[in-house]
Design a protein around this ligand. Sequence first.
Ligand SMILES: Nc1nc2c(ncn2[C@@H]2O[C@H](COP(=O)(O)OP(=O)(O)OP(=O)(O)O)[C@@H](O)[C@H]2O)c(=O)[nH]1
Ligand SMILES: [Mg+2]
Length: 519
Amino acid sequence: MSEVSSEIGRQVGVLVDRRGYVEHVIVGDATRIVMPAQARNRLAEQRFSGLRCLHTHLRGEDLTQDDLTDLAILRLDLMVAIDVEMKTGTPGLVRCAHLLPASVSGNGDGETEDVLKPAYRFLHPLPASQLNVDFLELIDSLESEMSRNRGARKLSDKRDRAMLVGVTTGTLTEARESLDELRELATSGDLVVLDEIIQRRPHLDPKTLVGKGKLEEIIIRSLQLGADMIVFDRELTPSQVRAINAATDLKIVDRSQLILDIFAQRAQTSEGRIQVELAQLKYLLPRLSGTGNEMSRLMGGIGGRGPGETKLEVDRRRVRDRISHLEDQLKGVRSSRQQRRAQRQRREMPVVSIVGYTNAGKSTLLNALTASQVTAERRMFATLDPTSRRLRLPRDQEIIINDTVGFIRDLPADLLAAFKATLEEVEQSDLLIHLIDGSSPQLDNQFESVNRILDQLKLDHIPRLLVLNKMDIAVPEEIENRSRVHGAIAISALDRRTLPPLTDEISRLLPRKPGEKVA
Ligand SMILES: Nc1nc2c(ncn2[C@@H]2O[C@H](COP(=O)(O)OP(=O)(O)OP(=O)(O)O)[C@@H](O)[C@H]2O)c(=O)[nH]1
Ligand SMILES: [Mg+2]
């Protein structure tokens, strides 16, 4: 290789497997070689790729940043640069580097502006004749160290492992708060969060959102920790998804997609499922221009809960067909729901709907008021499909009370459109209970987000009753202050004894049946 290199004035490289067979030969220019795309296909299950790269350096330079990036991104066993004596064509010093197994830190150093621990170890440069490292033994011990580090990951644990990435042009605090919510979403979507990285930049990079160097760092970190996917805390444009996918084989998911995936996991009713699939397809459609490979990665979603494996090979046309088919189905389901609603209206019962940010405690409140067992959980978007219950208020007034899907800031537009339909029920309400998690540090933002969405859904004309929930775990002064400022009622949905003031207020605000005397 030295001889050839000195003759042609270019770097020459080989990728060698563990049995010593040469898998690829690469001819570069004077300063670098470019790894063949197929080398990526080796990434599968092994901890390292099982390939080592040996290549020549013509200028006696150290391993370059590109060399180290290739080492990390392709998870090579080893990166070796051999100095070439240009006059004689004989090999000089041999420089080697290998990856270090990283220990999994969990939700560790989020504010990684620059705190990435060095991912490589350099071996002392030696002339070729004096090299006496047993590489197989070395790689073996690294791999077993790595699997020890990963002991935490049980084989039965099929959950995807994610790296979270926040990008902001604003303050770090904002980005941190936003990432906190993304982590909640990720856990609700059954992901294991390995680490979080925030990048602050004056402008977002139109091509890849984060800068090129940062992206490489994120990919390397993800590979080090054994992540399956990278979740961006922003909506990625179709071209950004393509550009990032070109740099890594890891699954790339953005916040909207994560929300869509959670909705896909949760939707129970046929209508809910149709709406979610519609939203997923509409989201994917503009992103369907890449190669089959990119497409399948996009459509796979989290744990393959995308719109389905069988549709992987479909082209845009088929997706469009599917969309119009689903839209037709939806019309059918809707008309039957409208009939049900018409029946209810004949009963002339006032309708009250509980709305609010996800996780505010809406389902818990419905359960407490009506002694029902609607699913209420710590996770976000526990409720997707609206539930209606009858409730008898004091003074014998009977009403219908609805539990609804929770809201979230920056709800993907397609999803908002899809859920407008579910919320038709809410449109017919005589009263909205806007339930607020009084214990959330994000209380104000959540309050604003819900108001904004109610406006967007054109529900702002319905009388609204503000209710602060979780007073049992909130700061008492905060609750007192806010209930004064907003004229809100404070409750704890977990404690029925706190509810009478709420039911009294509901009863007071509802229109009376015709002919009934106001007490
Ligand atoms: N401490 C306390 N926890 C509460 C209270 N109300 C609800 N929670 C908890 O908050 C979490 C979310 O409650 P849910 O009723 O599922 O919330 P939700 O608004 O229906 O949420 P989504 O359906 O996901 O939008 C659950 O773990 C509840 O036990 C309360 O008054 N006090
Ligand atoms: Mg709920």
